[in-house]
Design a protein around this ligand. Structure first.
Ligand code: ADP
Ligand code: MG
Length: 420
């Protein structure tokens, strides 16, 4: 299966799952007004399935005879796709099931994946019904690409799979608190951000990650090669400088020193990497691919991980697609299957004004260019977060999950998505 893109078989038998309650409760109307005709004109026969309750789609995916379907498309917010993906990966035939081409049409209030797919198509940003129509056309084209998924381990819940984001602190609080503004559609995040800014607080915890740049056995990324070919001579900048967006010396934190020492150590990266591959991984008997980078949550992280020195945060956001919401381009250089977790964190001490500036800049994906000294961006393969407080909110793809220690590992191109 070396092919990166393929085409849906024609005619395609498509299951279209619509959540009538998502967003402003208009998904069915939007289907009737736009999508039904679009799919009919494109000659895409489809079976409409209206979800009746939370977890309905997840149960359907666990039990469906997938040989009957060429594609499963959801028309809702990101929450319904989260159910579909987890349902598919809970099957005993998960390996085959997760290869079913998936599709997304924005019908909810959190339409981040739809906005990402539109962004990857190279078109200029749009929202609301224009985004729906764009995604409808991309769906009719029927080109299928691979999409990264991230496995998520929580302390006592079963492992989950995530296609979009893992959030803690400010972003997670806004996401959940703003559900009560769902009637305003995608603007709910803007309203929520302003409300939360008024009660800005610090979240305490420990964050650790495995930098992507040190993964020796993955040679696809030129950035990796740059790191590997680095030698300690001449004026070549230390790769640690890539950790500091502003390349400002005041940004040289202990994290970067750790990274620096790592890069300059005499041991070859390959040897250290191989030595520290966990012998006993965190994966218990379960469906879905095994994790190879994670140790059980009650053990310290592997030796080659970086532990962030700060323990006071305003937010932690791990993204694997470009958009956090229709109008929030949080990870501008993310692609559908780059095999990377784009990890962002904001250190405590940032002013309300500076945080607001970050979110305003994020609309155009310009937040890294603001040179905010409190914002750190890292590309990683795995991470672990241990919040210190007993209560709080952690979200996975915008859905609340068990609060407590959490760790994640990216599985490159595990799912398939119709991207047009
Ligand atoms: P939004 O972006 O508006 O939040 P989502 O697709 O994320 O839209 O859906 C929100 C939640 O609604 C999801 O958790 C999903 O499981 C749930 N859901 C799905 N179908 C129904 C239904 N018929 N009634 C109520 N909730 C539903
Ligand atoms: Mg949602």
């Amino acid at each position: 299966d070396g092919v990166l893109m393929s085409e849906l078989s024609c005619p395609c038998r498509m299951m279209l799952l619509v959540n009538p309650q998502s967003g402003k409760g208009q998904a069915l109307t939007l289907y009737n007004n736009h999508i039904q005709r679009m799919l009919n004109e494109a000659g895409v026969p489809h079976t409409l399935v209206i979800t009746e309750r939370q977890n309905h789609a997840r149960e359907l995916m666990r039990e469906a005879d997938l040989s009957q379907w060429d594609a499963i498309v959801i028309m809702s917010g990101d929450g319904l796709l989260f159910e579909v993906i987890n349902g598919l990966l809970e099957r005993s035939d998960w390996e085959e099931a997760i290869r079913t081409p998936l599709g997304i049409l924005p019908g909810g209030s959190g339409n981040a994946l739809a906005a990402s797919v539109h962004h990857y198509s190279g078109a200029s940003p749009v929202s609301s019904e224009e985004l729906l129509i764009s995604c409808g056309f991309l769906l009719c084209k029927g080109l299928v690409s691979h999409m990264d998924l991230v496995s998520i381990h929580l302390s006592s819940s079963p492992r989950l799979f995530s296609f979009l984001s893992l959030a803690w602190g400010f972003v997670a609080d806004v996401d959940i608190e703003s559900e009560k503004y769902r009637h305003v559609g995608a603007a709910r995040f803007t309203v929520g951000t302003l409300v939360r800014l008024a009660s800005l607080r610090v979240y305490k915890g420990r964050l650790a990650y495995l930098p992507a740049t040190l993964v020796y056995n993955n040679q696809e990324h030129s950035r990796n090669n740059k790191t590997l070919h680095y030698n300690n001579q001449g004026s070549t900048p230390c790769p640690a400088s890539i950790l500091c967006p502003s390349r400002d010396s005041s940004c040289q934190t202990a994290v970067q020193n750790t990274f620096h020492n790592f890069c300059h150590s005499n041991n070859s990266l390959k040897v250290r990497r191989t030595e520290s591959v966990p012998s006993r991984t965190a994966t218990k008997a379960q469906s879905g691919p095994p994790d190879s980078l994670l140790l059980p949550l009650d053990q310290p992280v592997p030796r080659d991980w970086v532990v962030v020195q700060e323990e006071d945060f305003v937010l932690m956001l791990a993204m694997y697609q470009s958009h956090l919401a229709e109008d929030l381009l949080a990870a501008p250089d993310s692609t559908l299957d780059d095999g990377l977790i784009h990890l962002f964190y904001v250190k405590a001490g940032i002013s309300r004004a500076a945080l607001l500036r970050l979110f305003l800049a994020m609309e155009k994906g310009a937040h890294m260019a603001t040179n905010c000294q409190h914002l750190v961006h890292m590309k990683v393969r795995a991470l672990r977060l241990e919040p210190f407080s007993p209560k709080g909110i952690i979200t996975v793809d915008g859905e609340v999950v068990e609060y407590g220690p959490v760790q994640a590992e990216v599985h490159r191109g595990l799912a398939r998505l119709i991207t047009g």
